[in-house]
Design a protein around this ligand. Structure first.
Ligand code: COA
Length: 156
């Protein structure tokens, strides 16, 4: 599906919260999103649907939150609305983030993902992320966390 990507603003938070609420257990609180929005090192983006021939932007269909930490970055959260999954929204958000990181000469982007989250792992691994470490029983329900890293090809 065609999407318009842009920075997240406070006006987006109702829709962002709705998607987070049906995508994560437990989801981030509104205060957590507000904290990232107010942080100088955060990079928060949203995807809105853009139907063919439509002049404006449609509903919010996904978001991504990352932190920029000098030569490194961390992808903290990414989700697309369940009704539009597998239509390219997650990939669009990730590619836009990674292109921006490459433009800023960020050398490595880290993230943490549940070992059983096959959709997310497939998305990340198709964009250059590789497994760096496992945190055994990291989540409250006992599931392992995988730490993935994508190193910039231009980094020395
Ligand atoms: C992970 C997530 C963001 C993917 O978003 P999406 O909009 O469905 O992703 P896309 O349609 O752009 O898919 C891109 C690629 O991801 C992989 N993928 C996505 N969904 C998949 C699924 N259900 N099974 C296997 N691979 C999948 C595929 O490689 C896919 O490429 P392809 O469709 O060409 O095969 C989405 O499933 C989501 O919001 N999940 C809940 C929140 C979450 O787990 N976030 C990640 C936390 S670390």
């Amino acid at each position: 599906m065609r999407v318009v990507l842009g920075p997240m603003s406070a006006r987006d938070l109702d829709e962002v919260e709705r998607i987070a609420g049906v995508s994560f257990a437990p989801p981030w609180t509104r205060a957590a999103f507000e904290g990232e929005l107010g942080s100088p090192i955060a990079r928060c983006s949203v995807a809105r649907s853009a139907a063919e021939g439509e002049s404006g932007e449609g509903p919010l269909v996904g978001f991504a939150v990352a932190r920029l930490l000098g030569p490194e970055a961390e992808l903290l959260s990414i989700a697309s609305a369940p009704s539009v999954r597998r239509l390219g929204v997650g990939r669009a958000l990730l590619v836009e983030l990674l292109d921006d990181l490459d433009g800023r000469a960020v050398e490595a982007c880290f993230l943490e993902v549940r070992a059983g989250n096959a959709p997310a792992l497939a998305l990340y691994e198709s964009h250059g992320f590789a497994r760096l470490d496992v945190r055994r029983a990291y989540y409250e329900d006992g599931e392992d966390a995988l730490i993935l890293v994508r190193r910039s090809t231009s980094a020395t």
